[in-house]
Design a protein around this ligand. Structure first.
Ligand code: ZN
Length: 624
């Protein structure tokens, strides 16, 4: 082990300003004298109690008690060892690190795996960027795509290091082997498919990204931790995710999707008074915003927004403007986002354009630049106005029953806010939108809270302690094809994508938890956003869903041929959804005097179509 000279450590601490070190993670404000204050990175808080004294070189949080110097700060926020933290600081601030004689510098084996994967991503981003800039056929194609098809300026590509992976993966494997990255780092970095168990040769390193436009994903400190790869005409036929528009890096030791927001590293320094975060749906939307001068745009990683992402956001600014597509998927995502945002203590507004049929942030900014932003801001809706309109678009003509259902939806959202002021303000808006007396709305909300409290308690009891309870007879009685397929997908994840593409959504019964989850999970597989069975937190919404997944994860299905079992599940779902109609038609045809709704010819046609569908062999879309 190389040992860093103690004099060098002392020297480093003198030369590095603690405020500069902390400012990469925490937004600091003046707090009297030379002291600074910010929101603590070690615990969740809403008023700053994290104090930094740059003169003394120490920080202390009066909330959770964490304290230390520049090296401790880097160790704890970046999960590094002492030597790694010293080396990282030295590199960042240009202080050379000296080692005790004879102990030698760090070799690749001795650096932490995480640090090595960071370095590897740095090298990969540079490599893809050089391929994008190269004056050759590949470079020309990707630059043309960027400037002519996507209408982005070249400066933006330089600023964000947009890259290119050619049909063969642009020789990334060779570069990585030449740089002598360790085998473990190569196996765990997520940039390659590696099949052989034997020593890594160039042949064994099959690049994950081929024929795609490469967008580097940076963490909140600006380090490249992953890539999003956009499909192009050059994406080869044998790409396992050929049809996926976007392919993301899988989760790795340095890339946890649920904790990451695209462009947060830059946006967090641009937010401030009157300049809230602007949450858009995709990375290219965020890049478009940046290119027109809207520097506070961020995008979730993958399709769903998680609580972890919002807590991270809350550290830098409390106001968020949500700007999603005006199509129904975008609006649904916006509604899902709202309760989590309230829970995280964020103030949310929704950007819309009055009178616009369809609103696409990318197109709007491309056509109108920053003026488009001013325009949608003028029409912005408060969180509750947006939710009220989504829950009940036309209160004038709504029935009492529709109003009561809308009220329940809105109560669920309001209950997520912990602030009494916010709650009573939202209740006021709800009652006036639904045209209910305020006192009645308040009373109903109290009843709702009591019932919700009882339900949570009952569910917790029903779920029981998941660890020591073996599958109960009641649980196995609930065996449906959905539950069975869910179990398969959780334990044989490779089946997820083919199942997603083969199984029509309307065959799934979403009237019970297993069906709801199967439907949701297959959707994630289809969009290539499956986070892995070990990282499902962001996809689970209720206590029941968590309990079911926990239960299924403890089951260990030992199957000789999971593909065959999956196909049997598919067959059962197909029979269940098509056969009742088949029986109905047969009955109608057998009884010509019956009052049938359509003519016999079209019934016969429908019958033979159903019979054809039921006879077709069910084969999973792709080899597993
Ligand atoms: Zn703290």
């Amino acid at each position: 082990m190389p040992v860093i000279k103690p004099t060098c450590v002392r020297d480093l601490k003198l030369r590095v300003n603690l405020a500069d070190v902390v400012a990469r993670t925490v937004t600091l404000r003046k707090a009297g004298g030379t002291r600074l204050k910010g929101l603590c990175p070690f615990h969740n808080e809403k008023t700053p109690s994290f104090n930094v004294d740059p003169d003394k070189g120490f920080y202390k949080c009066f909330g959770c008690g964490k304290a230390g110097d520049a090296i401790t700060f880097v160790r704890e926020t970046e999960q590094l060892t002492f030597s790694e933290a010293v080396e990282a600081l030295g590199k960042r601030f240009g202080v050379p690190i000296e080692y005790e004689a004879g102990s030698g510098g760090p070799s690749h084996e001795e650096r932490s795996l995480r640090q090595e994967i960071f370095d590897l991503h740095d090298a990969a981003a540079e490599h893809f960027y050089q391929a994008f800039k190269a004056r050759d056929a590949t470079g020309d194609f990707f630059r043309g795509l960027w400037t002519e098809k996507r209408k982005f300026p070249m400066e933006l590509a330089d600023e964000f290091k947009i890259g290119a992976a050619d049909e063969n993966g642009s020789g990334l494997g060779a570069v990585m082997l030449r740089r002598k990255f360790s085998e473990e780092a190569l196996r765990k970095c997520g940039l390659f498919f590696i099949y052989e168990d034997t020593a890594l040769t160039l042949h064994a390193l099959r690049p994950r990204f081929r024929g795609r436009l490469m967008i580097p994903i940076r963490d909140h400190q600006g380090r490249v931790v992953a890539f999003t790869a956009r499909q192009t005409e050059r994406t080869p036929e044998d790409d396992p995710a050929r049809e996926a528009k976007y392919v993301n890096s899988p989760e790795t030791p340095i890339f946890i999707k649920s904790n990451l927001l695209f462009n947060l590293d830059r946006a967090r320094t641009a937010v401030g008074e009157g300049k809230p975060f602007v949450l858009v749906e995709g990375q290219l939307d965020a890049l478009r915003c940046w290119s027109v001068g809207l520097k506070t745009a961020i995008a979730p990683q993958g399709t769903s927004i998680t609580e972890g992402q919002l807590v991270l956001l809350r550290r830098y600014h409390t106001q968020v403007e949500c700007f999603f597509d005006s199509d129904s998927a975008g609006q649904k995502a916006a509604l899902r986002f709202l309760p989590m945002a309230l829970k995280a203590g964020l103030e949310v507004r929704f950007l819309t354009l009055a009178g616009a049929e369809k609103l696409d942030p990318d197109l709007l900014f491309l056509e109108r630049g920053l003026a488009g932003y001013d325009e949608v801001r003028r029409d912005a809706q408060s969180a509750m106005t947006f939710a009220c309109r989504a829950a009940l678009p036309d209160p004038m003509t709504a029935s009492a029953e529709q109003k009561s259902r809308a009220a329940q939806t809105l109560f669920e959202i309001i209950a997520n806010s912990e602030s009494e002021v916010t709650r009573s303000q939202f209740l006021g808006e709800t009652s006036s939108h639904l045209r209910l007396p305020l006192a009645a709305a308040q009373k109903d909300f109290q009843t709702f809270l009591q019932r919700q409290g009882r339900q949570i308690a009952a569910r917790a009891e029903a779920a029981g302690p998941p660890l020591d309870s073996s599958p109960t007879p009641a649980a196995s009685a609930g065996q449906t094809p959905e539950r069975h397929l869910l179990l398969l997908v959780l334990h044989y994840e490779a089946l997820g994508r083919p199942l997603g593409t083969t199984l029509p959504h309307d065959w799934i019964d979403t009237g019970h938890t297993a069906g709801v989850l199967l439907n949701r999970f297959l959707g994630e597989f289809e969009q290539d956003a499956w986070p892995g069975a070990q990282h499902l937190d962001s996809l689970l919404e209720t206590a029941e869903e968590r309990a079911l997944v926990a239960h299924l994860m403890f089951e260990a299905p030992a199957l000789d041929d999971p593909v065959k079992v999956a196909q049997e599940g598919l067959r059962q779902l197909r029979a269940r959804s098509l056969e009742p109609r088949l029986r109905e038609i047969e009955l109608a045809l057998a009884n010509p005097h019956a009052d049938i709704e359509s003519d016999p010819i079209s019934l016969l046609k429908e019958l033979s179509e159903l019979q054809r569908q039921l006879r077709t062999p069910l084969v999973l879309a792709a080899a597993v």
